[in-house]
Design a protein around this ligand. Structure first.
Ligand code: HEC
Length: 217
């Protein structure tokens, strides 16, 4: 009889342990995965956002350039004015639809006044400007915004060649009269002239939600 009671008690103990063990494993897994997410957020998320930001901005830049060159070939600089907008690049729409990443170019000397910098962008642009004036190469940058929920990726845009000066150079000597007239009528507040090769033109600015980076990893 004593034996039987022992067996009965151990049976109940086992029964009690079984489900409990399963629950605690679930809790353990949950804690573990959130810890993993936390660990990722500090180092890997930023690293990944940097790689991702680099590749998106490079692709957008390439698309923009190939659209622009093609438009210039087909219809000259006047006809190509519509093709210097970021929205002309399909990558912009693809990443914003799919990952809710916003992508734009911003500049203190903007042609399109919607491209003037906002508060966090201004500070970074100032640093890029300082670097450009002092011969220091600016590296891409990642900064936390929105209480850390979003990462702001930025990359300096330097005027690479005289090609750009057909629309952003000296209005008397480098920008064709017809181009200038169209620029003036489309962009009354235009500040994007008188640039030289090597000048800081502006920067790429990408808002990347941290969640999108985590989901991607
Ligand atoms: C055919 C004329 C043309 C050429 C060539 C051109 N751009 Fe532009 N650029 C424009 C126009 C027009 C805008 C305004 C686009 C918009 O409405 O967003 C612009 C806007 C920009 C902007 C966004 C900030 C702002 O001023 O609104 C940057 C950065 C820029 N251009 C850089 C360049 C660089 C670098 C080159 C050379 C590789 C270049 N552009 C060549 C016409 C041109």
């Amino acid at each position: 009889m004593k034996h039987f009671v022992y067996i009965l008690i151990s049976y109940f103990l086992l029964m009690a342990c079984g489900p409990q063990e399963r629950v605690s494993k679930e809790v353990f897994d949950k804690v573990n995965s959130s810890m993993e997410a936390k660990r990722l957020s500090e180092a890997q998320i930023i690293q990944e956002a940097m790689v991702w930001g680099d590749s998106i901005s490079t692709e957008a830049q390439q698309q923009l350039m190939s659209n622009l060159h093609q438009a210039v070939e087909e219809s000259g600089f006047t006809g190509a004015l519509d093709f210097c907008s970021v929205n002309a690049a399909s990558i912009t729409k693809a990443v914003s639809d799919r990952y809710k990443i916003s992508i734009r170019r911003t500049s203190f000397r903007a042609r399109n006044q919607n491209n003037l910098p906002n508060e966090p962008e201004s500070q970074i642009l100032e640093a890029y400007q300082y670097n450009a004036e002092n011969g220091i190469v600016s590296e891409p940058n990642i900064q936390k915004i929105n209480n850390g929920d979003t990462l702001l990726y930025t990359k300096a845009i330097i005027i690479p060649s005289e090609f750009c000066l057909n629309c952003h150079g000296n209005p008397e000597t480098q920008i064709d009269k017809a181009v200038l007239e169209k620029v003036d009528s489309l962009y009354p507040g235009d500040l994007a002239r008188d640039f030289e090769v090597g000048d800081l033109r502006g920067m790429w600015s990408l808002k990347i939600p941290k969640k999108a980076v985590v989901n991607r990893l």
